[in-house]
Design a protein around this ligand. Structure first.
Ligand code: DQA
Length: 150
């Protein structure tokens, strides 16, 4: 079993992917996205956990748990909390885990309130607008980052 691990965090309403505004978010379900990420990580001998919540507090608690249950990398789509959550940002700063921010839609091509993120300036990078493929690309980067830091 690998000692390396990645956590994928999904924010509110992403449990509705597939049904929810497919013109913005595509037709893939969260389950299918999680399954393909899990297989890709397994092929690289890395354990991958996924966690979705509609509750900001649960997401903060999950991020805080990384202080004692260390992971090597986080991939996060904070969804609507991207634009509101100082609490999730502070939790990520506290645990100091490198992370990539992913958005299915191109948030910069949408309403002005989506242009600001509380996460981007402390992220390793951001992928926005590439649909479900954005998660796969983020995972490719995370796997390479983990290989390099071995
Ligand atoms: C999103 C973009 C956010 O603005 C929105 O609130 C979401 C999803 C995306 O993946 O494109 O829920 O993070």
């Amino acid at each position: 079993m690998s000692s390396k691990s990645i956590l994928v965090l999904h924010g509110p309403n992403l449990n509705m992917l597939g049904l929810r505004e497919p013109e913005h978010y595509g037709s893939a379900t969260l389950e299918s996205i999680n399954q393909s990420l899990t297989s890709k990580a397994r092929a690289a001998n890395i354990a991958l956990e996924t966690f979705q919540s509609n509750s900001e507090g649960d997401l903060v608690t999950k991020i805080q748990s990384l202080a004692t249950h260390k992971v090597d990398f986080v991939i996060i789509n904070p969804a609507a909390f991207t634009h509101t959550s100082v609490a999730m940002r502070d939790a990520l700063s506290a645990v100091k885990v490198p992370f990539i921010e992913v958005h299915l839609s191109n948030v910069f091509a949408r309403e002005a309130f989506r242009h600001h993120s509380y996460f981007t300036d402390i992220a390793v990078g951001i992928i926005s607008g590439l649909g479900a493929q954005g998660y796969a690309l983020a995972l490719d980067y995370a796997i390479q980052h983990i290989d390099r830091s071995n």
